[in-house]
Design a protein around this ligand. Structure first.
Ligand SMILES: CC(=O)N[C@H](C=O)[C@@H](O)[C@H](O)[C@H](O)COP(=O)(O)O
Length: 224
């Protein structure tokens, strides 16, 4: 049976609210306000980064929160170790998203060992995959959700202009018993409709909703 928290995301839009060190919106309260605004617009879940943001957002919204902790910029950096994952749990995340590539992890544990430990502690795990082979590994490891998050960022898949539809379709067709989230480069409502039509359990949109600097640049480029 699908866990009620995952069931509540089915068919809906999850909004990723993230701002990075040095960026003007980098403040937990600002991200919590962003998350509240997204929920008012119809988001069924929020994805967010960093312990302070997870806690601030959990304090303000009733929808499930997918928590990550990005540490570093190279190799495995999305919730790279079991320690990072446990901290996300403690901060209040309902679902912990982890890098689910087949690359070595900084603490020497395998992805499967992370899932096993987190499940024994009551967490739900979302696998951020960069390829079909990652998705297979993540399903074999017992992930609660698999996603296309890292497609185009790990060298295994070309970085498509929009979402990686080909990978999404293959994951949906091959793993019918594991919810597949489409995440990454969904930039328009039309992109979102397409990924839902292709069988995504739900979709995560970040930049196109919550990163005004990038959105502004899309418009500004048209003035040059
Ligand atoms: C690759 C990576 O680090 N992705 C991150 C994962 O949390 C975020 O930077 C993205 O904003 C998120 O995946 C949503 O994608 P998009 O912003 O394209 O809608």
């Amino acid at each position: 049976m699908t866990h009620p928290i995952i069931e509540s995301l089915r068919g809906g839009l999850v909004v990723s609210c993230q701002a990075y060190p040095g960026e003007p919106l980098r403040h937990p309260e600002t991200m919590a306000q962003m998350a509240q605004a997204a929920v008012l617009g119809g988001a069924v879940g929020i994805r967010c980064q960093g312990l302070a943001d997870i806690a601030a957002i959990k304090g303000q919204v009733g929808v499930p929160v997918i928590g990550i902790w990005k540490d570093g910029h190279e190799g495995v950096f999305i919730t790279p170790t079991l320690r990072h994952a446990r901290c996300c749990m403690t901060a209040g995340a309902d679902i912990i998203a982890l890098d689910a590539t087949r690359r070595p992890r900084p603490d020497g544990l395998t992805y499967a060992q992370n899932v096993e430990a987190l499940h024994s502690e009551g967490a739900l795990v979302m696998a951020d995959c960069g390829s079909f082979e990652d998705a297979r590994m993540a399903v074999d490891a017992g992930s609660d959700i698999i996603s296309t998050t890292l497609s185009g960022y790990t060298g295994e898949r070309e970085k498509t202009t929009g979402p990686d539809i080909e990978l999404l379709e293959r994951m949906v067709a091959t793993f019918p018993h594991t919810p597949v989230i489409c995440e990454g480069r969904i930039h328009t409502p039309q992109d979102l409709k397409l990924v839902m039509d292709k069988g995504a359990w739900c979709a995560v949109v970040g930049t196109a909703i919550t990163h005004p600097t990038t959105i502004t640049s899309w418009f500004a480029q048209q003035c040059k």
